[in-house]
Design a protein around this ligand. Sequence first.
Ligand code: SF4
Length: 278
Amino acid sequence: MQNQTGPAGLKTFEDLDWAQQNNPALIEHSLGQVTVLGDLRKYLRWLDDHEVTTTVTSKLKREKLRAKGIHPSSACKKKACLLKLFYECTYQVKPAKKFDAKSQLTWDIGTMLHDMMQQHFSAMYGEQFQYEVPLQYGHIKSRTDGIFSFDHYRFILEMKSIKEGGNFGWEKVQASPMEDNVRQAHFYMWLANIPMALLLYINKNGSEFKEHAVLFNPVLWNEIEQNVLTPVLSAAFEKGPMVPALPGWHCRWCDFAHACPEKGGKKDADSDWSEEGS
Ligand code: SF4
């Protein structure tokens, strides 16, 4: 796909802009390179053939406070509560995290799966793969699961561990990725100036993978900027108008519900088990 006057692949937003105007076929070709599963299968086979031991180290953190600011994992949600995002930027209300053993163990398992895959990708791709890369612009603070950098293309890695069944299960991601996950990947692409992302779903109980290549969509990003980032950052850091709350089912898991004037949560998120363990 070498072109005499333009880039040979997609590594930056500038490359994407150029390709959209001059060589759309380059975009399709580059998206076709946003994949790891073929290499992963060969690597797993190689590990087995050579009886190689892989050591995976996991840190299971229990920090209760994140840095003040916009965090993509919260702000990506299509129905994100702007008041919650405002509180995450200011801590005007002190968060009260409830202990929930089942949720905590679910997150821990997800962390360990992430670490396992990052270890494999590091062994497979060497310096072409960086993991847990910090990304920040102003008050937008994040850390991406990984960045792949090859000769003619780069892409963000965003992994999600998922199980079969349920409203957010494995079956839902067979044809396309989940909308909120695409939105989250857009934060990382924008922050890193990388126009493509790989959403890799890991089936926890079926030990299968599903991958989706995502191209940066400026229309979607403009919507996120206008409806989420601009109002929340303005209210939190520039004395702009206060943002509205969006109460709903998600209030059950909101760390600010205890002090929120609008809270719509109806049930306590603690299960019987977590009550016993707390
Ligand atoms: S309790 Fe609900 S309405 Fe209040 S800040 Fe949290 S998510 Fe928003």
